[in-house]
Ligand binder design. Structure first.
Ligand SMILES: [Zn+2]
Length: 254
């Protein structure tokens, strides 16, 4: 797995990218990553996530208590802990307030990923988590009810959470969620998206399974030399999807 210094720099880089894209504003948001079986690295509370330095990142135990560093994690870290406890395949959690997706969260409607081929394949269905006070013990409990089946969560009237095998996969899912939300609104303005046929959705779901994008019981820490090393980058994914589609076409004799 990446060494601690690299993970600290990655957290700062994710914060910079998310702030630049407007997915977090002011001191919004919090991110964390597994460092080992019993330690996490998390962003500090009360700072702008676009301008963090690696030494500000706080090392915590699985109870959320700081074990090293001069900063404190957000009270929302409890949400992250609830996810890590139930999803060994998750090595990173990213929480932000992406404006369009959070609009869907405010009306408590999931971003419809099933109207887009890639969103359906790479993101899967988005859960809407029941309203709960931020930082309270109720919010992680509400989120825990959905955590086994989803990689993206809208928190009612609050924001969004993305999980992944590593920090980059989690943050890409957050970016793609916001993009999908914008596209869904455009489609609505143009009269409503045409549905993808159920049989076609099934094929995309099969590809999703073949690419290892479904929640699993496998530990991300054991996935390889990199934490979340199982998460291939976009180009590798596209190449694999293309070859799966070509195989399918060949099978059908086209
Ligand atoms: Zn929040």
């Amino acid at each position: 797995m990446p060494e601690e210094g690299q993970l600290r720099r990655d957290l700062c880089e994710i914060g910079r990218r998310m702030w630049l894209q407007g997915l977090v504003a002011a001191t919004d948001g919090n991110f964390s990553v597994r460092l080992s079986e019993d330690r996490l690295l998390a962003t500090p509370t009360g700072v702008n996530k676009g301008f963090m330095s690696p030494e500000e990142i706080v090392k915590i135990d699985l109870g959320g208590q700081p074990v090293e560093g001069f900063t404190r994690p957000s009270s929302e870290i409890r949400m992250h802990l609830a996810i890590y406890e139930r999803r060994p395949d998750v090595c990173a959690v990213v929480h932000g307030h992406p404006p369009t997706a959070t609009g869907f969260a405010a009306v408590r409607v999931p971003v419809p990923t099933e109207i887009l081929t890639e969103a359906h394949t790479f993101l899967g269905p988005v859960a809407v988590v029941e309203y709960a006070t931020p930082g309270s013990a109720t919010l992680p409990q509400a989120l825990a009810r959905h955590v086994k089946e989803h990689n993206l969560f809208l928190l009612a009237n609050h924001g969004a959470v993305a999980v992944g095998g590593d920090l980059f996969q989690a943050s890409y899912r957050m970016e793609a969620l916001e993009q999908s939300a914008r596209i869904a609104i455009t489609a609505r303005l143009l009269g409503g998206a045409q549905a993808i046929e159920a049989s076609e959705l099934e094929k995309l779901q099969a590809i999703r399974g073949q690419l290892g994008l479904l929640p699993s019981e496998e530990s991300c820490l054991a996935a390889g030399e990199a934490c979340g090393g199982a998460a291939p980058d976009d180009e590798v994914l596209i190449a694999r999807i293309t070859s799966l589609v070509l195989d399918e076409l060949q099978r059908q004799g086209r």
